[in-house]
Design a protein around this ligand. Sequence first.
Ligand SMILES: *Cc1c(COP(=O)(O)O)cnc(C)c1O
Length: 359
Amino acid sequence: MSRVYNFSAGPAVLPEEVLREAAEEMMDYKGSGMSVMEMSHRSKVYDGIIKEAEADLRELMNIPDNYKVLFLQGGASQQFAMIPMNLMKNKKAAYIVTGQWAKKAFQEAQNYGEAVKVASSEDETFSYIPDCSDLDIPEDADYVYICENNTIYGTKYKTLPNTKGHTLVADVSSCFLSEPVDVSKYGIIYGGVQKNIGPAGVVIVIIREDLITEDTLPGTPTMLKYKTHADADSLYNTPPAYGIYVCGKVFKWLKKMGGLSAMKERNEEKAKILYDFLDESKMFKGTVRKEDRSLMNVPFVTGDKELDAKFVKEAEAAGFVNLKGHRTVGGMRASIYNAMPKEGVEKLVAFMKKFEEEN
Ligand SMILES: *Cc1c(COP(=O)(O)O)cnc(C)c1O
């Protein structure tokens, strides 16, 4: 067996310990005589798995009792519609557009009401987070929407926007569980798990209870109402059962690693190794305003497309894979999620140094 250092933005690296455990339990989950994949989601055994996953997530994030945790499908992209369908009572919402994912959510919301772009960083290719301390937010906006960590551009909000009393909704797909958060500041926190938590196919929605109502936009399908899933504890229909089971294992791993404060420290240490090198390198440059840098996604360029391509190719041959930047940005991007070991980043930097000397 040979494992590479996988810098993919998602689906992405998972802790080896989790993969090994899942492999060991593949044929016979704890004496049940079957794999979790083969199990009824209504069984006692599975009920234990999903309940324990939720309890561990609640503990990790310190989720207050007046929030529901939902394990859903449809990816983060389905939430782009589900959020306005469920929350746009006044048919108006404010969007801060800091990248492609925020833009997609903003565009989708226009199908359901008036989505108002209150700030954007598109003028400089989304390389920074706009000042959100005093935005012109419509009085009757139902919520303020952000993408907290911009996977493609490598920016992250270091302070949350001043929503002026409006409900904050955040897509945290690519920074989920990377550091502690104060859940009570949000109405909804959600994310696809395939970036920093588990296998593709699960989206986790943490939602304040007062936002879960029957009063959705006319025509909202049963499956797209938060209430449907909240009332049924995420078991209204067959959930992405195996994916939730792997997420549960990752939650246990995070607890063992010391929880989210410890992860933050570890992630800061890892990111610093890479950013410090980018700041001193004559060949490689980070593309993002320093104070807005993400701990999870680190885009960089050489300034020469051919050299970028050469680097990506040689890196891959050396066991550092998926470093090619997003097709809309070019260059390189190293995603260094929770499960990327520090050693992976150190070795990548050593490889970059060597490449710089040789080219
Ligand atoms: C990957 C990503 C998405 C899209 O996720 P899907 O699960 O593929 O729909 C949305 N938002 C952010 C921030 C992402 O990183």
